[in-house]
Design a protein around this ligand. Structure first.
Ligand SMILES: Cc1cc2nc3c(=O)[nH]c(=O)nc-3n(C[C@H](O)[C@H](O)[C@H](O)COP(=O)(O)OP(=O)(O)OC[C@H]3O[C@@H](n4cnc5c(N)ncnc54)[C@H](O)[C@@H]3O)c2cc1C
Length: 429
């Protein structure tokens, strides 16, 4: 069954008999996990239906149309699940996939360190085997969702004598234990959405290694590829879509909305980090700047950029639906989203002038702020949030290097530490 119309008919028929808004969220998610429609592209034996990538969009549309609650968004379904599917043992798949689909367990990503971001393979958290477990110490940083995660996708060094890419192991770290301390970080936009994670003799069962010991870099590349795709094509987080118009939401929808509200509270600013090009015209009209030729010209440049990126994404989706291999479109998408976010921030600043820096009650354009969920100061939030897009999931510069090497076939960036035992590599920290 790969024909989109057939997929649509099948999921619609299943939802018509299975979706019951009066179930508890846990009951509904269990039913959903049994059906395979929560993650239709995953293999059948691991909670999916073995459908091609293009089917996911069709299924999501049917869930939205019906108002049925989908699988939980986040690191679990987007990064942990696909990584375990590709590299994990059957034992790990059995232990972790279903409870990720049902939302019983939550995940975070423990990759970056104060001295290892772009140069991720230079990481220095250390894991040492001790009987049936590994003991891990080190510091991670920028860890989204670590404050409520049950498990972390952890990279740590297990061989200091191997070259840097070859001495890393990929672990599933139980977060709720004495050796793991999570501290929130306050960002310049005022929110606290990320954390530092301090590991002091934290314990990981040896069975929690994904892939082989010292072969974690290959596994990490899978997670990073999924992360880039996500960063490129992500939309503002979807809340449970609710009941059909005119009907009160049922129990599953209410519980999903409460879950989403709790989980998403630290990320309310996420739409703003994309630069909000959708708000530019209305803000120009509201501020009376829409007749200014310079403002008009900048708006058109921005809209051209945003629309051509959208069409490129649609071309990539259409190619995937036809079963063609991924082309360069996917790789340029993350860079495009970062260019658009910065261009949008510039246009918003041009329109708002110095008042765009004001936040809260001081913002004179309170109307627009209130329209955005009661918050004035939305322009200042855009200006302070946009830089995140150029850093998270790989910086613009790193993305250009990837494009140059893998898409354009340019010579590889020189690596002074290639083949050198990590112990002897010059490093910070
Ligand atoms: C919003 C947000 C969310 C994040 N979430 C997570 C998370 O959940 N889990 C996690 O593990 N990490 C997370 N990160 C961390 C993120 O992956 C790193 O911040 C990123 O990889 C950059 O690393 P760095 O901050 O150490 O910067 P650096 O690597 O120190 O880079 C500093 C500057 O130098 C440039 N640079 C570095 N190397 C090169 C090179 N070889 N060529 C050209 N230029 C170079 C960079 O482009 C950048 O401009 C998040 C970051 C942000 C901003």
């Amino acid at each position: 069954m790969t024909d989109p119309a057939e997929v649509r008919a099948q999921v619609a028929a299943w939802l018509a008999q299975a979706w019951d808004p009066e179930l508890s969220l846990a009951q509904w998610r269990a039913r959903l996990a049994d059906s395979g429609w929560a993650c239709p592209t995953w293999p059948r034996e691991w909670g999916g239906r073995g459908l091609p990538a293009a089917a996911a969009g069709v299924v999501a549309q049917e869930f939205a149309r019906t108002g049925a609650v989908p699988a939980p968004e986040g690191v679990g379904m987007n990064l942990a699940g696909p990584t375990i599917l590709e590299h994990g043992s059957d034992e790990l798949k059995r232990r972790f996939l279903r409870s990720t689909i049902t939302g019983e367990i939550r995940w975070c990503q423990l990759f970056s360190e104060p001295g290892a971001g772009s140069d991720l393979a230079g990481l220095q958290a250390r894991a040492q085997r001790s009987g049936g477990e590994f003991i891990v110490s080190g510091q991670k940083v920028w860890n989204t969702s670590a404050h409520h995660a049950d498990f972390g996708l952890l990279l740590a060094r297990t061989d200091w004598d191997a070259p840097k890419h070859r001495g890393i192991t990929y672990f599933i770290l139980p977060m709720r234990q004495p050796g793991v301390e999570v501290r929130p970080l306050r960002q310049m936009n005022g929110h606290a959405s990320f954390n530092e994670v301090f590991l002091d003799q934290a314990r990981v069962p040896a069975g929690n290694v994904i892939g082989d010991v010292n072969a974690g870099w290959t596994v990490a590349l899978t997670t990073l590829a999924h992360e880039r795709r996500l960063a490129a094509f992500s939309r503002p987080p979807a809340h449970a879509s609710g009941a059909p118009i005119g009907q009160p939401p049922g129990r599953a929808v209410r519980e999903a909305a409460a879950e989403s509200e709790r989980a998403m509270a630290p990320y309310r600013w996420y739409p703003q980090r994309a630069g909000r090009p959708d708000l530019v015209i209305e803000r120009a009209v509201a501020a009376g700047r829409h007749t200014d030729p310079l403002v008009r010209q900048e708006i058109v440049k921005l809209i051209t950029l945003a629309w051509s990126a959208r069409w490129t994404a649609q071309r990539a989706a259409a190619a995937r639906a036809l079963g063609r291999p991924p082309g360069p479109e996917g790789s340029v998408a993350k860079l495009a989203s970062s260019n658009i976010a910065r261009a949008a921030a510039r246009v918003h600043a041009l329109i708002a002038g110095p008042a765009g820096q004001l936040a809260g009650a001081d913002d004179p354009s309170g109307e627009g702020g209130r329209a955005e969920g009661g918050r004035a100061g939305i322009i200042s939030e855009i200006l302070l949030s946009v830089p995140a897009v150029s850093i998270a999931g790989g910086t613009d510069q790193i993305q250009r290097t990837i494009l140059g090497e893998r898409i354009l076939g340019l010579p590889r960036e020189p690596a002074a530490d290639a083949g050198v035992p990590f112990r002897d590599v010059r490093r910070s920290g």
